[in-house]
Design a protein around this ligand. Structure first.
Ligand SMILES: NC(=O)c1ccc[n+]([C@@H]2O[C@H](COP(=O)([O-])OP(=O)(O)OC[C@H]3O[C@@H](n4cnc5c(N)ncnc54)[C@H](OP(=O)(O)O)[C@@H]3O)[C@@H](O)[C@H]2O)c1
Length: 261
């Protein structure tokens, strides 16, 4: 019996980088589950690429639960690659923007990662799409020690992300040391999450690789027409995360090379 090709799942994949990541994974011979929050748009993209579709809104616990239940039933063989790509970059800066951005870009990744962890096969890869915009030096000196990656726990990181939203809501985010960017702050959280998860999964016998990646500035709906890269190069930078050795402690990469954050 020949082994089945690896099974990959990609979030936020009806357009932009997620769709292109599905296409490149398909062309590498993976079986691909393209997910999207909008069923019609997701099904259309999956049909065009000739891959499987499943609805997934990363902000919706019930949607994540349905995905996991269906994966257990339809794909008991388990997942080999998960690309947590879904993200938003909203206009303006206020408490609602902060809440939606953190809920999608940080908690959306955490929800899906925690949900799929039990389904991952030995040697599986979790690739978290972050951004070089999420630079830790945006944080004030009073906050930086709280992002100590040697000690930080996921619950503490999640509490920090919630605190950012609460501080924006109360009008105290600057005093507390947060920058006035919801996108940047959410991506600091996302990149930190990949480092913390790597530490927390170090004892897992499955040897799962967790890596945060930056696609570069890409011409998508989010990146706009002036982006430096086409979508194919951006997706290639995301998938270069599959080649990062699990033993490497730095977990943020662009084009397969360690990137500053
Ligand atoms: N483009 C760049 O220059 C750039 C640079 C650095 C990092 N990134 C990151 O790369 C990733 C992809 O960005 P992109 O440029 O491809 O953006 P995009 O063209 O705006 O696409 C974003 C995708 O995420 C989906 N999405 C948003 N919220 C979702 C939710 N709650 N549940 C499920 N899917 C959701 C969108 O679905 P809908 O169609 O339903 O809205 C869409 O499919 C993001 O994480 C982004 O932050 C992009």
């Amino acid at each position: 019996m020949t082994a089945r090709p690896p099974l990959a799942l990609v979030t936020g994949a009806n357009r932009g980088l997620g769709r292109e990541v599905c296409l490149q994974l398909r062309d590498r011979g993976h079986r691909v589950i393209l997910t999207a929050r909008d069923v019609e748009r997701g099904q259309a993209a999956a049909r065009e690429l000739g891959v499987e579709f499943h609805q997934l809104d990363v902000s919706d616990d019930a949607s994540v639960e349905r995905l996991v239940a269906d994966l257990r039933r339809v794909h008991p063989e388990g997942l080999d690659v998960v690309v947590a790509n879904a993200g938003v970059a909203l206009d303006g800066f206020n408490a609602e923007v902060a809440a939606t951005t953190v809920d999608t870009n940080y908690f959306g990744v955490l929800r899906i990662v925690e949900a799929v962890l039990p389904l991952l096969n030995p040697g599986a890869h979790l690739v978290v799409v972050s951004s070089g915009v999420g630079q830790r030096d945006l944080l004030g000196p009073q906050l930086r020690p709280r992002f100590d990656l040697e000690r930080l726990k996921i619950a503490e990181l999640s509490a920090l992300m919630r605190q950012f939203v609460a501080d924006v809501r109360s009008g105290h985010h600057r005093d507390a040391g947060w920058p006035s960017t919801a996108y940047g702050t959410s991506k600091i959280g996302t990149t930190a999450l990949a480092h913390v998860l790597t530490r927390e999964l170090a004892g897992d016998p499955r040897k799962i690789s967790v890596v945060a990646v930056c696609p570069g500035w890409v011409r998508t709906d989010m990146g706009g027409p002036n982006g430096e890269r086409d979508v194919a190069s951006g997706a290639a930078s995301i998938l270069a995360g599959l080649d990062v050795p699990p033993s490497e402690p730095h977990r943020f990469f662009r084009d397969g090379a360690p990137a500053n954050w």
